[in-house]
Design a protein around this ligand. Structure first.
Ligand code: SF4
Ligand code: SF4
Length: 385
């Protein structure tokens, strides 16, 4: 079978953050120390080689970039300073742009200017919409968001946004799955897909592979950010906005924009506190780590890494301010901070979930699942031969 070589691949990857891969002389140290590399599936050296050789087509179908959790052990042990962990990170950005059929992810990853302009435009549009569609007679004595922005309209907007985001994310995730499975996708019996389905859930909820890395703090930080974000996402988009409505509760009890303040020990309030604390700790830790460059995964920061963390930190921080100003019943303050909160949170959701960093929340467990399915099928084939 002929293999296409792309002489411009390294140049192209530089736009995604590639720096030192050309220093690699293939000693294999990185693969030997990687806690997640296996004899059947060795990495990262193999991927660095593909990059150097310009094997674009092979890269696109590889699962390894998603099996790497960027613990940094390989980079710490590379005698040439080739930073293989960063190469794996660059490949994840590159693959995200390959899976995305709209071409938006590519622009987002390769142009800081485009990224900043896109985030700013979406933020301004949200601010304008909140200004244009506010009700004429807001309650200025008590903080009641529903008197400024009627909640059912906000909820409908929220559900439309969730639908559009899900469409882009799921279609890109399906393309990711298709690339990784290759020709085997239709050959593998459905019962193997079903038998291995638990892998999908386990990888998503526990990030269990990262737990196998030597740096347990990194696993904890990653788990906090992931569970904190998923909890908020479920509370806002699914649980509060739509899910409970199905069982017949009225809008003012279920909407994420609500004027009812739950008692302290209400499960929704406790989940909200967990998510806020987890996001605040995880994001602040990662931001300080990147500023101080204190670990291998934080030494090289791409523009999208900063944007992701800054938007997340601002969303969490403004969310806390909204919560406390509501508790203190400060009407005008609550309304102003609420608009700022949405001007930060919506661009993060609209741009990061389907097209950038957040997409890995879907790609990584799906690829781990696809790999497990393929492995079981191929083991069966070998034992029959
Ligand atoms: S340890 Fe460094 S030089 Fe050795 S194979 Fe890995 S990337 Fe290349
Ligand atoms: S960063 Fe960690 S998980 Fe990723 S390839 Fe290097 S050693 Fe393996």
């Amino acid at each position: 079978m002929s293999v296409r070589v792309d002489p411009n691949l390294m140049k192209e990857l530089e736009a995604f953050g590639l720096k030192d891969a050309n220093k690699c002389f293939h000693c294999g140290n990185c693969t030997a120390v990687c806690p997640l590399s296996t004899p059947e599936n060795p990495f990262p050296r193999k991927l660095v080689k593909y990059v150097q050789m310009g094997l674009t087509d092979r890269l696109v179908e590889r699962s390894e970039p998603w099996l790497c959790y960027y613990c940094g052990d390989c980079s710490d042990n590379c005698p040439r300073g080739a930073d293989p962990g960063e190469t794996m990170m660059v490949l994840r950005r590159y693959l995200t742009s390959k899976y995305d059929w709209t071409g938006f992810a590519r622009k987002f990853y390769t142009s800081e200017k485009f990224e900043i302009i896109a985030v700013t435009i979406v933020g301004i549009l949200v601010g304008l919409a909140m200004w244009i569609f506010h009700a004429g007679n807001p309650n200025m004595e008590h903080a009641q968001l529903n008197t400024v922005w009627p909640a059912p309209a906000i909820e409908i907007g929220d559900l439309i946004m969730a639908g559009v985001l899900s469409f882009f994310l799921l279609s890109n995730t399906y393309r990711c799955f298709k690339f990784v499975m290759g020709d085997l996708r239709t050959k593998i019996p459905i019962k193997i897909y079903v038998r291995k389905a638990w892998e999908l859930v386990a990888h998503f909820l526990t990030q269990k592979k990262l737990g196998e890395c030597t740096d347990k703090v990194q696993w904890l930080v990653h788990l906090f950010i992931m569970t904190g974000y998923s909890t908020v996402f479920m509370l806002v988009v699914i649980f509060l906005a739509g899910g409970i409505h199905v069982i017949g509760l009225s809008w003012d009890k279920i909407m994420f924009q609500r004027d009812v303040i739950y008692p302290f020990f209400h499960p929704v309030r406790l989940l909200g506190y967990y998510a806020t604390a987890a996001l605040l700790y995880g994001t602040t830790y990662a931001l300080i780590g990147r500023i101080k460059k204190r670990k291998a995964p934080y030494k090289n920061s791409h523009g999208t890494d900063w944007m992701f963390l800054i938007l997340l930190e601002l969303t969490t921080f403004t969310g806390i301010l909204v919560h406390f100003s509501r508790l203190l019943d400060l009407a005008l303050t609550t309304y102003v901070i609420y608009v700022i909160h949405l001007m930060v949170a919506v661009p993060m959701l609209v741009l990061e979930v389907p097209f950038a960093k957040w997409a890995h929340l879907a790609f990584r467990p799906v690829v781990a699942y696809a790999s497990a399915v393929k492995e079981e099928y191929l083991q069966g084939e070998t034992s029959q031969a």
